[in-house]
Design a protein around this ligand. Structure first.
Ligand code: UDP
Length: 284
């Protein structure tokens, strides 16, 4: 199910001929009725550029979307997994971040439409579980990248790659010393499906991310070295409330999800993603 606010049909066109694949165009802020066994609720734009474009809609997507999908799960007795986020930790004062950390979120800042929406969704999931015995799972996804991202996604990995491939300036926000820990999409999918399949007692939340941490300067240099680009680096102002550091503590995931840990490290994941964007840009 997708409303295509950030998604694209071209990403799934290869699945359309499969008679066991069904696609519904629908917005999760409106109720939806269907018979299924499992629900993965990934609805909500995740790029700051996109989620800040219409912040009220972003909150509605996380909060009303969660209420609609939890209501559905309750009625049809489906298992439901929530894609939560490392943003629930805000600008973290504890490093790396374990699930037990309550976070440091600005409730009225420009990121709060996403952060607080996702935090409210976690609360809704736990309350439907406690009050109505809904079978829930919560994962907290850290920065993820990979092929099929939109070239105008606005997040750092796709921005730097598209800029490097076009020999345009690499836009670093602030001085570039802020850090993130980047996870390749295949590792996320493995963690997410293992979480759905694990025993019902373990509901999370559990961090799913790659603990290898890089500064934005390091990321830019890695992408420049792989692409052999002649791009230079320019600096833009740091956006408000931009977290200074972020790294998942993944001990819980390892313990509960059958020794899950990321297998694709940054250089290898970047190479695959660069290859994708290179072909995409050439085809245009
Ligand atoms: N960033 C950057 N240049 C860009 C886009 C992002 O330097 O063109 C920085 C941004 O300020 C942040 C980090 O990269 O510190 C990660 O940003 P992103 O939007 O990918 O995700 P976030 O983790 O902030 O939600």
């Amino acid at each position: 199910m997708d409303n295509y606010f950030t998604g694209s049909k071209s990403n799934i066109v290869h699945l359309m001929d499969n008679p066991y694949f069904e696609l519904v165009r629908h917005d999760v802020t409106h109720p939806y009725f269907v018979e299924v066994d499992e629900i993965y609720n990934l609805a909500c734009p995740a790029s700051p550029v996109h989620y800040q474009y219409n912040p009220i809609k972003t909150i509605k997507t996380s909060v009303m979307g969660a209420i609609n999908m939890l209501g559905l799960a309750k009625r049809i007795k489906a298992k439901i997994l929530q894609a939560s986020t490392s943003e629930v930790y805000g600008d973290p004062l504890i490093h790396p971040q374990p699930e037990s950390y309550w976070g440091n979120v600005n409730p009225i800042g420009i990121r709060s439409c996403y952060d607080e929406g996702k935090r409210c969704a976690e609360s809704l999931f736990l309350n439907y579980h406690r009050q109505n015995d809904v079978n829930i799972k919560i994962i907290r996804i850290f920065n993820t990248y990979g092929p099929r991202m939109h070239p105008n996604d606005g997040r750092v990995v796709s921005n730097f790659i598209v800029q490097a491939l076009q020999n345009q300036p690499i836009t670093i926000f602030g001085d570039g010393t802020q850090t993130r820990s980047f996870q390749y999409v295949d590792d996320l999918l493995e963690g997410m499906t293992r979480m759905m399949d694990t025993n019902d007692e373990f509901i999370g939340p559990v961090n799913i991310g790659n603990p290898n941490e890089f500064s934005m300067l390091e990321l830019a240099n890695e992408i420049l070295s792989i692409t052999g680009s002649s791009s230079n680096i320019i600096h833009h102002p740091l956006p408000e409330d931009d977290p200074t550091q972020r790294q998942p503590d993944i001990n819980l995931a390892k313990e509960k999800l059958n020794n899950w840990e990321p297998e694709v490290q940054l250089r290898q994941g970047l190479e695959k993603t660069i290859q994708y964007f290179d072909q995409l840009l050439k085809s245009r």
